[in-house]
Design a protein around this ligand. Structure first.
Ligand SMILES: [Zn+2]
Ligand SMILES: [Zn+2]
Length: 287
């Protein structure tokens, strides 16, 4: 795929998503007061473009590389036994195992300080909609996509077979961040809806709902949390950068290097008010 076709695909995806989700967010809003071009919309657009132009291809290359490595380690007879099962059983195995792995991997991101440095970029959104779904540090993307697909790769599914499932998971991940509230009745016990993931983004870092597609893992492990209203506030109780480059650098570099690099660009790494008290962003940079 050349650069021109990447631009075409990105533009097409953007306008289709914008059209579909704008209609849904207007027809079934979770928060009717929220504007389409809400604060930090451009910042999230940068994350969207970053994913399409840079990180998406890198993650696919890494997945291919891991797949090649696993192919040399996993016994051929094991793969044959897996492939001999009915297709529906293989599909159930992949979804359940992926959800189990991602549930614990995601829960760990909220409890481990190092992983939280990267994952909190995703949680720094103070307004949720389809575009905010793309606010994710590339290290977080590699961690999540890698672990999400690990069970399928171990079982011997190739990436072409998985493409449909990966595409569905991607679309669902966008949907659950959208500013939509559309009750799905008893189906909500099998598939996570936006209201469930919105609570995951509430101000409380340990609010629960860590599962990927189905909420079953949260129900089993006691972290299901879905009050019958929207959270009062989204975001994190920590200062965070306002600009894309700041978000990329902040989790990776010691504070003094972030200051040296970003200090060259006026206003790139500004102070941010937290709890109505001015806090200098540089004071909170982890070393
Ligand atoms: Zn999270
Ligand atoms: Zn999210």
């Amino acid at each position: 795929m050349n650069f021109f076709s990447v631009i075409q695909a990105t533009g097409l995806s953007f306008f289709i998503l914008l059209a579909v989700f704008t209609l849904m967010e207007k027809a079934f809003p979770a928060n009717a007061q929220q504007r389409i071009f809400r604060p930090n919309w451009v910042l999230d657009l940068c994350f969207f473009l970053g994913q399409y132009f840079l990180w998406g291809a890198m993650v696919l290359l890494l997945l291919n590389y891991v797949n090649g490595l696993l192919n040399t380690f996993i016994p051929h007879t094991f793969r044959q036994k897996v492939a001999a099962q009915p297709w529906w059983l293989q599909a159930v195995e992949v979804v359940v195992l992926s959800d189990l792995v991602v549930y614990w991997a995601h829960r760990l991101q909220h409890n481990n300080a190092f992983l939280w440095r990267f994952h909190k970029v995703h949680h720094s959104s103070e307004h949720l909609d389809w575009l905010a779904a793309h606010r994710e540090h590339p290290v977080d993307t590699i961690y999540t996509v890698g672990l999400l697909n690990l069970p399928a790769l171990l079982l011997g599914f190739n990436l072409e077979t998985l493409a449909g499932l990966i595409a569905f998971r991607g679309m669902w991940a966008i949907y659950i961040h959208s500013n939509v509230r559309l009750p799905i009745g008893p189906l909500k016990w099998f598939i996570g809806a936006p209201e469930l993931h919105h609570w995951h983004h509430s101000y409380d870092r340990k609010a629960g709902n860590y599962a990927n597609i189905s909420p079953l893992m949260d129900i089993i492990f006691g972290t299901y949390n879905c009050p019958d209203k929207e959270p009062e506030k989204f975001g994190i109780d920590e200062p965070s950068p306002r600009y894309y480059l700041g978000h990329l650098l902040y989790p990776m570099l010691p504070g003094k290097w972030v200051r040296v690099i970003t200090g060259r660009f006026k206003g790139l790494y500004p102070a941010k008010k937290v709890n109505n008290n001015p806090v200098n962003i540089n004071d909170g940079v982890p070393m």
